[in-house]
Each structure stands twice: as structure tokens, then as C-alpha cells.
Design a protein around this ligand. Sequence first.
Ligand SMILES: [Mg+2]
Length: 353
Amino acid sequence: MSHRLQSITTFNLITCRNITSFSKVGLLPFPFKTRVLSCKSSYRTGVEMEKPTSFNALDVVIDEPISLNKKKAAIRNAGPAKLQVIADFDATLTRYWVDGSRGNSSHGLLQQENPEFDLKREELFRYYHPLEFSPTLSIEEKTKLMEEWWEKTHSLLIEGGVTYDAIKKSVASANNIAFREGVVELFEILEEKGVPVLIFSAGLADIIEEVLRQKLHRSFKNVKVVANRMVFDQSGRLTSFKGKTIHVMNKNEHALDMAEPIHDHLGDTDGPPEDTAAVKKRTNVLLLGDHIGDLRMSDGLNYENRISVGFLNDNIENSLDSYKKAYDVLYLHDASMLGVVELATQLCSSEGD
Ligand SMILES: [Mg+2]
């Protein structure tokens, strides 16, 4: 692992001032210009696209390095016992592009017993997905629309039939979902240091857990999933969903409180579960997300220090300005997780940078 990290042990950075001024006059330096991607995403099959693969210094943007260094020092001084990681799942832990196509989400990879219902869910995606990113809708309007979308999708899942076996098979046959390089190393370091990882998603918890099991080939006792959780009957058929629906507009609200009932049975864990109160005592946060809204995942927590790491995967020229202001560290072009591995190592170290 160490040799792979060598090239990024120093956080090389390009200032946003440079990027935005270059972009305004159309003089983005190589390789930045050639790596700006834009595409219409596809719900299931994706579309063939250029796929960025390598890690590059230009893929990291740190807008306020002094502020970041202060936060790093404060978190390191407090020690791993005060730290927790809150991470989004789709396009944050997983890659945005897989073999040149848009990667699947936890919702998107599921194949129902009746394939007509897959098409119905895809129709909903085509209608609601552009509204999710509409710059003209108010938060209230968008929240109502997202609630509608999630409720309709969940109803279709129940109506069209889903079994736990179908989930396992869907994940096993899904070759369009993959973790970013470095996710396993990140989980290993955090597990070793006893730092909990809360994966907080508007996707489907049962599928995310199955993806973790099948794609990582091991379990981590420190990793917990908070997402929409299915209820199955005795024959293994989906009958309902537990608790409040988590969608993209409310995954900010009291994240840890919504997590509470789930902390009793955390996947394949064999260690003692850390309850909500204990997690709330961990007042330093490393937050990972790919959406501006992901920054609110820590809203239920009265944190002292938070380092936010964002992945800006697509539509980079239009979103760079808002993302670089919002996130302490910003990775562009579907970057690997190796920079976060290095950051987590520094945060959990007592020896300084
Ligand atoms: Mg995401």
C-alpha cells in the first residue's frame, strides 16, 4: 500500500482561482481541460463515456489550506477516540464511472421479479432525476417531489415483487458497480483505530450491505449502514420499509436519530455495537460526499471539528465554484480514495504529518 501512496503523500493542490480564471478564458491546462466530462446519466445501463482512470495532482482542490491544516491538527490532537466518519454511498464510496459507463446506484442495480416494474422505476428516474438537480425549484418544491419519487419507487418495489434472493442475485450479476480504489484500505485503517464509519444513504440499506459483502469480500465491524431498510416476510418477500423514508433532501435531518433502530443489527458485525449516544460523543467528523446536500449528513451531530471531503465527478466546470467553497478537500474526475486514506492516516496519527 505504501508505494501506491507515495505519489500523493503531499497534498498537491491547484487553487480554484487558477482553475476558474483558466476556464473563463478557455485556457484550462492539460490534463484538466481534456478531462472535463459532461454526460446524461443513465439509470441502469449507462452510456459509453470517456473514463478517467489516473490520479493526478490537478484532481485535488483545497480552497482554504490554512483552515484545513488547523482542523487536521485539532482532530489529530483529540485522537481517534473522538473521531467518526460519515460517508455517502453512491458515487462517493463507489465509482461514478465503471468501465466507461455510468456506475449503478444501489437502487439502480436491483432487478425485480417482474421486469416491467424495472421499466416503471426507470420511467420515474427519467422524470424526477432532472428535477433533483433543477436550479429553479425551491427546496420545499424539491423536497415534495423527492418524497413523491421515493414513495412511488418503494411502492413499485413492493408491488412488482422483491425477494432477498433477488437482491443477492442482482448484486452478484451487477458488474456496473465498483468501489473506489482505496476504500478497503480506508475501512481497515479506521477499524484498526476503532473509528466508526456511518454510511448514510438515500438508497437501499439491504442492497448496500449486500454490495459491501460481495464486492469487498469481508466485513468491517466499525461500518454501519443507515439507509432505507426493507422488511421481508417469512418467505423472504419484501412487504414494507422500516421507519421514515430517507431521500436526497432529508438525509440531513437527525442522521444519527434515524440510525438508532438500525444500530442493533449491523450487518455481519461481531463486535459490540456502539450506540447512538456513544457515537454522538465523537465530536470530530470526517465527512465524505459527492452532493452539496451530503454536507448536511452531520447535522444531527454537535460536532467540534469537521473535515469535509467532496467528490465532484461530473459537470465540473459548472459546479466547481460551489463545491470548492463547500468542501474542505475536493477531488475531481472520479478520483480514487487514496488521498482520503492518507488523510485518515494523518488524522489517526499521533506523530504529526
Ligand atoms: Mg451520492
